[in-house]
Design a binder for this molecule. Structure first.
Ligand SMILES: [Ca+2]
Ligand SMILES: [Ca+2]
Length: 433
């Protein structure tokens, strides 16, 4: 349920609230943001809300909608039930893996995958080009275990960067694809807490970007590196906060032609079925994307009891944060994001993105459990989301047979997607005419 918009009680009228802001900056409130996103509405005054009463919080929490679809084992019969766009097909690239999470693909077709709960990195190869891996070789073991195992990967040249919760490593890739001993580049990333799934990617600037989720569902963080994207100098490991107010942006990537950085942030839980939305953000250096006090397009999160820092009212604070560019159904759990630059798919897919939605546990009915396409226009502005492959959710949301995490484009232009629940890697290819 959504909380009703409550009358403004504890705040001064908005016109008064924004008066000092206008005077001090010399600009009208619509100019509060430094840089508007590439698309999306103009800045607007956030809807004023007061924090909900404890009774209202209890009412939402009581119907907290903890719906956890039961896991079904993978089967070829279930595979055949997936819905995919006409002309595309889905097959199993690999299976029997332990909790496969993040993928990285080399130009020669080698696929590295992290098996987080095993603390392992495995190399997969399809040597005969039939779309199925026929070599499965563990190349690194012992990097953490359970929820603390190795998770994020990034390739650069003949080196593979790897991240656990607190450590960033780099390993040389030998000619046979095996890895040398990983060297620790950073040993003191922030503690994990609720969100310990670090992800990595190299930017067009040659720097390594690391997503550091929040420790909590919705709270002010004391460590300024939590709920951020960090930028790391790969030669030294020196690092700085690139953007903040990001609760858990596991999926982020640079648009192939504009070079703009787009990321999908997870909204906070236990706020009803639909609020807050998952966010597609244009991530810019030095910007604050609002969490934990604001969500979506500068909407105030009325559930959090803490007050924003800096003696700012909630509307003032949210007006200084970056609104999302697009929103998606709350609780879908966006995972990794991959721009499509291949030529196997029809040309209309080029420079669009694919996104794995791991799926909800905090919504009734459940949502997610699918792969969506994020359409971008020729100028690189996101237009919207559409289902690409769906059907992992079964029986009206009572069951599932896959929770999707990692996405990557294979060397042949197909799309690989990991399922960490049944240990499957799916391959989506275009087979139409
Ligand atoms: Ca094969
Ligand atoms: Ca946000």
């Amino acid at each position: 349920m959504r909380l009703p918009l409550l009358p403004l009680r504890r705040f001064a009228p908005l016109s008064l609230l924004f008066l000092p802001l206008s005077c001090s900056s010399g600009n009208p409130p619509s100019s509060v943001r430094d840089t508007p996103p590439a698309s999306g509405p103009e800045a607007r005054v956030p809807t004023p809300q007061v924090p909900p009463t404890q009774a209202q919080v209890r009412a939402v929490t009581a119907e907290n909608n903890l719906v956890r679809p039961a896991k079904r084992a993978f089967s070829d019969a279930l595979l055949s039930q997936l819905s995919v766009r006409p002309g595309f097909s889905v097959n199993v690239f690999a299976q029997g893996l332990t909790n496969p999470r993040v993928l990285a693909v080399r130009p020669d077709g080698s696929v590295y995958v992290t098996e987080r709960e095993a603390g392992r990195v495995t190399l997969l190869r399809d040597s005969n080009g039939d779309g199925r891996a026929d070599q499965t070789t563990p190349v690194l073991t012992g990097l953490g275990e359970k929820d603390n195992g190795v998770h994020g990967l990034a390739l650069r040249g003949d080196q593979l960067y790897l991240v656990t919760v607190k450590q960033l490593y780099v390993a040389d890739i030998r000619s046979d694809g095996s890895l040398g001993e990983p060297r620790e580049l950073i040993g003191n990333l922030p503690d994990g807490g609720q969100h310990n799934n670090r992800t990595l990617a190299f930017g067009p600037d040659g720097k390594l970007y690391v997503s550091i989720g929040s420790t909590c569902n919705a709270c002010p963080e004391s460590n300024p590196e939590h709920a951020t994207l960090l930028r790391v100098e790969p030669s030294t490991g020196s690092r700085s906060v690139f953007a903040r107010g990001l609760r858990n942006t596991i999926g982020f990537a640079w648009h192939p032609t504009t070079g703009q950085l787009w990321g999908m942030d997870h909204g906070s839980d236990s706020r009803g079925d639909d609020f807050p939305p998952e966010e597609l953000n244009l991530i810019q250096e030095g910007s604050d994307y609002g969490w934990p006090f604001c969500a979506g397009k500068q909407e105030i999160d009325a559930f959090i009891s803490a007050e924003p820092p800096g003696d700012l009212s909630r509307p003032e604070y949210c007006a200084r944060t970056q609104p999302s560019t697009l929103e998606y159904q709350g609780h879908s759990a966006p995972m990794t994001l991959t721009f499509y630059t291949g030529s196997l798919f029809p040309s209309e897919f080029r420079n669009d993105a694919f996104l794995a939605l791991r799926g909800s546990w905090n919504r009734n009915p459940p949502t997610g459990y699918k792969v969506v396409r994020v359409r971008f226009d020729p100028q690189g502005r996101p237009l919207g989301f559409e289902d690409f492959v769906s059907g992992w959710l079964l029986d009206n949301g009572q069951a599932h047979f896959g929770r999707l995490v990692g996405t990557a484009m294979a060397a042949d232009g197909s799309l690989l997607v990991t399922d960490d629940a049944n240990g499957v890697i799916y391959r989506i290819a275009y087979t139409g005419s």
